[in-house]
Design a binder for this molecule. Structure first.
Ligand SMILES: [Zn+2]
Length: 318
């Protein structure tokens, strides 16, 4: 029997339930939606979670499409899932938990008697660190971004190679290999011995079907590669950025991008123009380094200094 919150499944069974974390402001208990898929055969354990950032819904799209396709009779091992992590932010379609104005993915490993976000982090960290592998499904928030997988443990970590391998198995085609900030699940869980990556599935308001499809394929790739499902998976080379450069607007106005997402950028090439509302050119911004256009803002209007785009730099492949 494998249990997560109120979900319990014997080998060959699926169950869903709630992982209670505390109470909402009206005193009602609340719980995160959880699922346990217990394979008929023994094997590894995979933990997956989505909506750690409450406006990042593509991961919820992935899980809601993956779970109905999983037959525990054909599965070796166990899958533990928290379908919606940032409960309070999800309710109001915001990025950060409105109860404590915190970004969930800076709160790991959490604290069960801490702030609202720390309590949710602690409960999901406990579930995640019972697994052999973790997928923490994210996206570039509501900005536009390529589909990629992030390796956040840092190149000197003892699980670095395992995390790189997991990112490769997921196979988005692009990997960002850069040590993440403190408090990320993909940094905290490797310290407990669990290879972890953040698939970053595009960026949109609501759902993006193309990115969701990549995420669904990624989960099945991981399940096949690590022996949860029958079959073999050939690993493909991934294009990897090892750092990032961010560009802001030198002046206010309307942005015209001169490069498409995923396109190669060479040093001194024009990335974007800022124009007046009448289309008169005001400013031109060029790339400081060679790289790949990785992410851009969604809205065309900017104030001086406002974020416009990011270029993945120091690019190689593995
Ligand atoms: Zn995120």
């Amino acid at each position: 029997m494998t249990t997560l919150g109120t979900a319990s499944a014997e080998p060959g069974e699926v169950d869903t339930g709630r992982l209670e974390v505390g109470e909402t402001r009206d005193g009602s208990p609340f719980g995160l939606p959880v699922a346990v898929i217990n394979g008929a055969e023994s094997g590894k354990t995979l933990y997956m979670q989505a909506a750690s950032d409450g406006d990042e819904l593509n991961g919820v799209g992935v899980i809601s499409r993956v779970v109905p396709r999983l037959d525990p009779a054909e599965l070796s091992g166990t899958i533990l899932i928290v379908g919606i992590v940032n409960y309070h932010a999800f309710q109001v379609a915001e990025h950060r938990n409105p109860v404590d104005d915190t970004k969930m993915n800076r709160a790991y490993p959490g604290n069960e008697s801490g702030t609202s976000s720390e309590r949710i982090a602690a409960a999901t960290f406990e579930a995640g660190t019972r697994a052999d592998l973790i997928l923490d499904l994210h996206q570039g928030s509501t900005s536009r971004m390529i589909d990629e997988v992030r390796v956040r443990c840092g190149k000197r970590h003892r699980l670095y190679d395992d995390c790189l391998e997991l990112a490769k198995a997921f196979d988005c085609g692009y990997v960002l290999d850069q040590k993440g900030p403190d408090g990320q699940l993909a940094r905290a869980a490797p310290d407990e011995g669990v290879p972890t990556v953040d698939p970053e599935l595009g960026g949109c308001v609501g759902w993006d079907e193309g990115s969701i499809r990549k995420g669904v394929d990624g989960v099945f790739n991981v399940l096949t590669y690590y022996g949860f499902l029958e079959g073999t998976l050939e690993l493909n080379r991934q294009t990897r950025a090892n750092s990032f450069e961010q560009y802001g607007a030198p002046g206010g106005g309307l942005i015209r991008m001169k490069k498409n997402l995923g396109e190669r950028v060479t040093r001194d090439e024009v990335l974007f123009e800022v124009t007046t509302p009448f289309g008169e050119p005001k400013e031109t911004v060029t790339a400081d380094s060679n790289g790949i256009l990785w992410r851009t803002r969604r809205l065309p209007q900017v104030a001086s200094g406002e974020y416009v785009c990011s270029v993945g730099t120091d690019v190689d492949s593995y």
